[in-house]
Write a protein that binds this ligand. Structure first.
Ligand SMILES: [Fe+2]
Length: 305
């Protein structure tokens, strides 16, 4: 029997009518990440969101199974890729942005505050000139900016807290909220990485929960729960308000902050973070090869607890 937590599960969440995208969620089991295709059913134009470049942290080897799988669905569905989007520079997986841009010809984008995140990490890696998001992304989306996926209006909300520059993409009745909420039975994402802030995460989540009650929220990660052995990634605003174990209606801000911070204090860094961020802050590109033709990464020592 297939174990759904260790398989690249795909689910299609169909358009619910006018101004509503078709959404495919593709679960990447190594990092518990969910990658999305958000497509306008009328024009078949699509955005790819938070796609993962497979990375084996034991052998330091990269591969493209996830990218190939996502592009396979694009092809099978007759879609054309209009945007390659990320919600934030991910800490637990390497982003496929640069690869996807090359393979699809579509522009890549992320949030307008990513240069500030890059400054924090440029200091932590002592790589003062390595990161330039204006160079490595075609567009940096500002809070409130709008754009189209096909004919569907899409709006950008700034959603800081997990990072200082995370953004949410709201396309019709679908919102890609990445590392803010988890599924209602798992709560919310951590807020303890450099530049993260629990108070901001609470405020960002309140903004997301102020969207219409039937908005379909698509999260960035799922690791299952004791009661549930398959990955889930979609729930409505109303589901979260009724059931989210960290932020359901009636939760007090102070109560949440205290709970989130004591949980974060028990978490160690994700195993891929130090490799992932120095690639992700280059738009998913490895550092240039050295004289011997190989690529090298840099690791700060004794900088994290
Ligand atoms: Fe993240």
């Amino acid at each position: 029997m297939t174990d759904p937590l260790n398989s690249p599960v795909v689910r299609h969440s169909p358009s619910t009518g006018a101004a509503s995208p078709d959404v495919w969620g593709i679960y990447e089991p190594d990092t518990g990440s969910i990658q999305y295709i958000c497509a306008d059913p009328a024009t078949k134009k699509a955005a790819l969101i938070d796609v993962v470049w497979n990375f084996d942290p034991k052998n330091y080897r990269f591969s493209t199974e996830s990218i190939d799988q996502v592009l396979g669905i694009v092809q099978d569905q007759g879609l054309s890729v209009e945007w390659v989007l990320d919600t934030h520079p991910h800490a637990d997986h390497v982003m496929a942005s640069a690869h996807l841009k090359e393979r699809t010809g579509a522009p890549n984008a992320i949030g307008a505050l990513v240069p500030e995140i890059a400054r924090i990490w440029a200091d932590l890696y002592n790589l003062p000139d390595a990161f330039d998001p204006n160079r490595d992304f075609d567009h940096l989306f500002k809070e409130g900016e709008t754009f189209k996926i096909g004919e569907l209006d899409t709006k950008v909300m700034l959603s800081p807290g997990h990072t200082l520059g995370s953004i949410t993409y709201v396309c019709g009745d679908a919102a890609f909220v990445h590392d803010t909420l988890m599924q209602p039975d798992a709560g919310t994402s951590r807020s303890d990485f450099p530049g993260g802030k629990t108070t901001e995460l609470w405020d960002s989540i309140q903004d997301i929960l102020a969207l219409p009650g039937d908005t379909r929220l698509y999260i960035g990660h799922d690791y299952s729960t004791k009661e549930r052995d398959e990955p889930m990634w979609e729930a409505t605003v109303d589901d979260h308000k009724a059931n989210n174990i960290h932020v359901k209606d009636g939760t007090k801000r102070e109560e949440y902050i205290e709970r989130r911070q004591s949980r974060d204090a028990t978490l160690s860094l994700p195993d891929r973070i130090l490799a992932a961020l120095q690639i992700n802050l280059r738009g998913g590109r490895l550092p240039s090869s050295e004289g011997d033709g190989n690529h090298y990464l840099k690791l700060p020592v004794n900088r994290f607890d």
